[in-house]
Ligand binder design. Structure first.
Ligand code: G1P
Length: 290
């Protein structure tokens, strides 16, 4: 079955980025000049997804405005002859059919995904988390979709993380199927280092079987008092195949300040309009620091 629908949870409070997130959604914080969520929407579209549902909450209006047309701005740019910017702004408004639903209470990622139940219906779907940005040859989600086409079930993007980082992620207990592919036997959300079954961490890209919804509806609050997607996936992996895929690409945790800086610097180095000047500046700076 094709993966036509993607869900992007974006209802979080952005506590780690206060005060920037006091009056604006954390998903709108830009990497250079592009809001992080635009990269996520683009990845979903580049992976063949047709319909996108963003789970928002109070204070997230700017996300809807961003993906909407902006007639006043477009008119202003047209009048000023700023054709390049006009094209850029218009293109975002035409990117995709983006749908929105509000998560009315901050009850966790599992609850946010459950809010997508009616939108998704009975088909397998994708979930993309906004804090994880992946730069890769083939979009990370498309890599999962390709594996799904071969091994139907649920597919999680996985990366090996250092032992001191296992407590930040959902961690797999899994056995290898082949190089880079694991069959998940169990999962644990943010285990302490000495309790982690492996160093295989779930990164924020998933292809999920619709069976998850009835499981989520029964899942009690777990770590942090929140309904955890990991807890529902744990139940799912006993009933249906769940795979972990070590994806190709460089991943940035933009929900973390250092990860955000790394993404900004590395994305800037890759930009045709900025890369050369920025590289020269960094070299100079490094010399001065040495
Ligand atoms: C969430 C998930 C976790 C996953 C992580 C990936 O955690 O609960 O299982 O490993 O995303 O980024 P969060 O980062 O929202 O705390």
């Amino acid at each position: 079955m094709r993966i036509r629908k993607a869900v992007i949870p974006a209802a979080g409070m952005g506590v780690r980025f206060l005060p920037a997130t006091k009056a604006q959604p954390k998903e709108m914080i830009p990497i250079i000049d592009t809001p992080a969520i635009q990269f996520i929407v683009q990845e979903a579209l580049d992976s063949g997804v047709e319909d996108i549902l963003i789970i928002t909450g109070r204070g997230k209006r700017a996300i809807e405005d961003h993906f909407d047309r902006s007639p006043e701005l477009e008119e202003f740019l047209r009048a000023k002859g700023k054709t390049e910017q006009l094209e850029l702004v218009g293109r975002i408004g035409r990117l995709a059919d983006v749908h929105y639903i509000r998560q009315k209470e901050a009850l966790g990622l599992g609850h946010a995904v459950l809010c997508a139940r009616k939108f998704v219906g009975g088909e397998p779907f994708a979930v993309l988390l906004g804090d994880d940005l992946v730069r890769s040859k083939k979009p990370c989600l498309e890599q999962l979709i390709d594996l799904y086409a071969e091994l139907p079930g649920t597919v999680l993007a996985v990366a090996e993380v250092p032992p001191e980082d296992v407590s930040k992620y959902g961690i797999l207990d899994a056995e290898p199927v082949r190089e880079g592919v694991y069959r998940v036997k169990d999962l644990v959300e943010k285990p302490p280092r000495d309790k982690a079954p492996s160093r295989l961490a779930v990164i924020g890209r998933y292809v999920i079987s619709p069976s998850i919804f009835s499981i989520l509806a029964e899942t009690p609050p777990g770590a942090g008092g929140e309904i955890q997607l990991t807890d529902a996936l744990r139940v799912l992996c006993r009933e249906e195949p769940v795979y972990g895929l070590i994806f190709e690409g460089r991943r940035y945790d933009t929900g973390d300040k250092l990860g955000y800086l790394q993404a900004t610097v590395e994305f800037a180095l890759e930009r045709p309009d900025l890369g050369a000047d920025f590289r020269a500046y960094l070299k100079q700076l490094l010399k001065a620091l040495a």
